[in-house]
Design a protein around this ligand. Structure first.
Ligand code: NAD
Length: 508
């Protein structure tokens, strides 16, 4: 399917109506259970909205406990009869075959993700491609992994098996549907588990479609998708007795609920939660580069990234020089139609989320911070129906303000100044989150020292969004438990078993 919308000269409403029709014409968005489409047991559907124009996109099966039960049963059967007995190489080959089919449908998956998230289409393409790279990485690593033998005397042979859990549950947020499906489902399947995946209610379409594309490639039941709401499908999945491992990405409050549900069954959990990530501009930094990196870190995906650089910590000696450059960079982010190739800032994903971000804009003003740019909805008729906000920068922010410590998750950055290295580190670490951080400096020694002193799962030097297949991603403090994106993620999807065999004294 072509997603070339550059020939669209109509209004944004007409553009999107055509795109929605095209996307929905390809398929229907049922659940995916046991290798086939399934309507919800009670027949109900819901419709995620296209945030650029506030219109429903397509009906989606609204799964509840009965559907989750069916999906877990299918996963168990798929695991026991098909997946568990395959070698890692066989599983890897099948996953790679599925990746090839998804690559053939990359434009279609990207269009769905763009429509449901409000993400610029060019970014959606890059994010889907990135997600497929993670699927591929896990499939390759799982195939290459060996086991451990433990040194013993000659009277025994001790070794360690790594075994999958069986059925695993993967709960996704809405901001990077296919990428996070790759991070979680990719690891689960490559490690030998069967998956029941629950996409976010705001953005289930690309994930459902990706699962459909596994038809005839992955054995039935190995991959299942149950779209629906957190309090219906999500809770049913976290409470299910046959789900032996859970992985969740989302907000801290829901992460706590998932962990509580898991505790009842002593189910291991991986939690990827929020962030309030610092980008520290030291006085010796290349300010042109730092300005553009800071803006990308804050405004990619309209700031709706757990690893978004929401706090810019800038040394007071270079603040003015940095600001000139940085505000020029921010001005390049212009709200627009996500389907237009040149757009780099789409709407927020759903209306109540824009309201929440807008409340933080109010709070920032009340707390005494100064709006340097943005702070409102964009003018003009064209974007009036969408959930847009201007890119916004607050200055005169102090670490004690709520806007300096709470996750806003929108196109908003907060500038805080510091005088010394120690102060920079204290501010960087002075929040309950510890997901990612950026450091801009031309002093290598300073870069390494800051990387050691900052409490975060990832520290990126003179760049931002530095996660690649193989670098572990996850949080310190309340940003989560466990790591994804690296070989250790596969270890989290397996349990070790120590085997020790007594060797008789030969009687010959
Ligand atoms: P959310 O916590 O509201 O929802 C996430 C998922 O959990 C959705 O699928 C939802 O349906 C489900 N859910 C909701 N209640 C549930 C329950 N009681 N039991 C089981 N499942 C339930 O988060 P969101 O608004 O979709 O995503 C935004 C948040 O995700 C932000 O805080 C962001 O920082 C975080 N996030 C973190 C990472 C990371 O890797 N650390 C990545 C992306 C997003």
């Amino acid at each position: 399917m072509s997603t070339d919308f550059t020939d669209f000269t109509d209004s944004i409403d007409e553009n999107h109506e055509r795109a929605r029709n095209r996307a929905a014409a390809e398929t229907s968005f049922d659940a995916w259970i046991g290798g086939e489409r399934a309507a919800a047991a009670d027949g109900r559907t819901f419709s995620p909205r296209d945030p650029a124009v506030d219109e429903p996109i397509a009906p989606v099966a609204r799964c509840t406990e009965a559907d989750v039960d069916a999906a877990v049963a299918a996963a168990r059967e798929g695991y026991e009869t098909e997946w568990a007995d395959r070698t890692a190489s066989e599983r890897s080959a099948l996953i790679r075959e599925w990746i090839d089919v998804m690559r053939d449908h990359l434009d279609e998956l990207a269009l769905l993700e763009s429509l449901e998230v409000g993400k610029p289409l060019s970014f959606a393409r890059a994010d889907v491609e990135n997600g497929l790279n993670f699927f591929e990485y896990y499939a390759d690593v799982a195939r290459a992994q060996g086991g451990d033998q433990v040194a013993t005397g000659s009277d025994s042979h001790a070794y360690v098996r790594r075994e999958p859990y069986g059925v695993t549950g993967e709960i996704l947020p809405w901001n990077y549907p296919i990428l996070l499906m790759g991070w979680k489902v990719g690891a689960a399947l490559a490690a030998g588990n069967a998956s029941v995946c629950k996409p976010a209610e705001q953005a289930p379409l690309a994930v459902v479609r990706a699962a459909q594309l596994s038809e005839g490639v992955l054995p039935d039941g190995v991959l299942n998708v149950v779209p629906g709401f957190g309090e219906e499908a999500g809770t049913a999945l976290t409470a299910h007795a046959d789900v032996r491992k859970l992985s969740f990405t989302g907000s801290v409050p829901v992460g706590r609920e998932v962990m509580r549900a898991a505790a009842d069954r002593v189910t291991p959990v991986t939690l990827e939660l929020g962030g309030k990530n610092p980008f520290v501009v030291f006085p010796d930094a290349d300010l042109d580069a730092a300005a553009s990196t800071a803006a990308v870190g804050g405004f990619y995906n309209a700031g709706q990234s757990c690893d978004s650089a929401s706090r810019i910590l800038v040394h007071e000696d270079v603040k003015e020089a940095f600001l000139d450059r940085y505000l020029d960079e921010v001005a390049a982010y212009e709200p627009g139609d996500p389907l237009a190739e040149e757009t780099n800032l789409g709407p927020l994903c759903y209306e109540s989320h824009r309201e929440k971000v807008t409340e933080y804009l109010e709070l920032g003003r009340e707390e005494g911070a100064t709006v340097l740019t943005g702070g409102a909805r964009p003018d003009g008729e064209a974007l009036a129906d969408g959930y847009y906000l201007e890119p916004t920068v607050f200055d005169d922010v102090t670490p004690d303000m709520r806007i300096a410590s709470e996750e806003v998750f929108g196109p908003v950055q907060f500038l805080v100044t510091f005088e010394s290295y120690e102060e920079a580190i204290e501010i960087a670490n002075g929040v309950e989150y510890g997901l990612t951080a950026g450091v801009a400096t031309s002093d290598l020694s300073l870069a390494h020292r800051a990387a050691a002193d900052i409490q975060a799962g990832s520290v990126w030097v003179n760049q931002y969004f530095g996660t690649v297949p193989g670098t572990p991603f996850g949080g310190f403090k309340q940003s989560g438990i466990g790591r994804e994106c690296a070989a250790e993620a596969l270890a989290e999807y397996t349990q070790s078993k120590a085997v020790n065999v007594a060797l008789d004294v030969p009687s010959l």
